[in-house]
Design a protein. Structure first.
Ligand SMILES: [Zn+2]
Length: 106
């Protein structure tokens, strides 16, 4: 949980992620590991045993979030009613993991 009604993630191969300064503090529970900045507590990463080869990184924590192009909305069924989405990106009711999505097509 981030405490936010909206969050955005960059899913990358675990081996491709490099922290240049320190390592995140970890919180583990029920097959999920969340990484936090050990200095200020900002949420940094999300790892789940159901997709072990990937790590999700909060896009807002990247040095340059503008280099990321959004590809889809996930867990769209959980969206708060007052948040208006005005783009044409694909929308998944739940997770896009395990539903056969070829992300290279987006
Ligand atoms: Zn920090």
């Amino acid at each position: 949980m981030t405490g936010s009604v909206v969050t955005n993630w960059l899913g990358i191969k675990d081996n491709d992620l490099v922290f240049t300064i320190g390592q995140p503090a970890k919180f583990k529970d029920a097959g999920v590991t969340r990484g936090f900045c050990s200095h200020c507590g900002s949420s940094l990463t999300y790892e789940a045993t159901r997709f072990p080869e990937y790590i999700q990184v909060h896009i807002g924590t990247l040095d340059n979030p503008n280099t990321i192009t959004p590809r889809a909305h996930v867990h769209f069924a959980e969206k708060v009613e007052w948040f208006d989405v005005n783009d044409r990106l694909p929308r998944f009711e739940g997770s896009a993991v395990g539903v056969g999505v070829d992300w290279k097509k987006f």
